[in-house]
Design a protein around this ligand. Sequence first.
Ligand SMILES: Cc1cc2nc3c(=O)[nH]c(=O)nc-3n(C[C@H](O)[C@H](O)[C@H](O)COP(=O)(O)O)c2cc1C
Length: 300
Amino acid sequence: MLNTKVNFLDIDFKNPIITASGTYNTQAYKEFMDLNKLGGVTLKGVAKEPWLGNNTPRIAEVYGGMLNAVGLQNPGIDYLIQDELEILKAYDTKVIVNIAGKTIEDYCEVVERLQTERVDLLELNISCPNVKEGGVAFGTDPKSAFEITKEVKKYCKQPLVVKLSPNVSNIKEIASAVEDAGADALSLINTLIGMKIDIHRKKPVLANKIGGFSGPAIKPVAIRMVYQVYDEVSIPIIGMGGVMTGEDAIEFMMAGASLVAVGTANLLNPSASVNIIEQIQAFMQKEGVKDIKELIGAAH
Ligand SMILES: Cc1cc2nc3c(=O)[nH]c(=O)nc-3n(C[C@H](O)[C@H](O)[C@H](O)COP(=O)(O)O)c2cc1C
């Protein structure tokens, strides 16, 4: 029997595959796959009040991935509780809520609202590159990253995962600051900053001009950061960035991730995450890996 279970911060995930924030919607995706097959789902970043997001066009295809400048559009915490969390009660999959905010107080308020909800992990997004107030200022400076983590942690009933931005020169420094501030785990990476020009119009394609670059092309950057951070901190890591196949997910685990999130791949194929779980099982069978835990950090 293969063991694909991962214990992450005392929570049993049936397998290490979760969806990445912003690339999955419970209402839509439950029609395409059995959510019970997933280790967990991460919901789109949610703020205190509904946000409209950026002007369109806000998505563009690029070589090796995509650009998005959705700008953390979300219906607000009340809606999330009444709608998505309500639907998810019917499923036996772990629930991770991604939190957005404009100020530290905003983040704290959302976290406080979730104290009594059936949410397994909180993921603090201090790394959105597409909105001025989307937290990226908190995520690119070790002092600010420390401060917001410390403050938000006071309101958390569930374990706190802090999602890091790759748009920094020293990822280890940010990871350490967040660990020192009391984060229970880290997730990385969020999108890189990218841009595309329409050469006929001589204008940027996105209304926002710049956007978050995701998809297979960012995987080597993400693997490098997970690998470096694994050596730097002693808290567990959720890895993501360009995972398209089971082999990609295994690479993240060997770099040091305990859980792996699938993002852009979900937008191409809603059952990508379930396929990835099957591909991991096939790899384990073929390579004689009995327990998936053997893979975590195996490349160090
Ligand atoms: C359309 C879109 C929306 C996203 N929204 C969020 C979000 O609300 N919060 C967040 O932390 N990350 C968000 N992300 C980043 C992803 O969760 C993930 O970190 C990133 O896309 C890298 O993984 P991937 O290459 O597998 O997509 C978004 C990504 C995309 C493509």
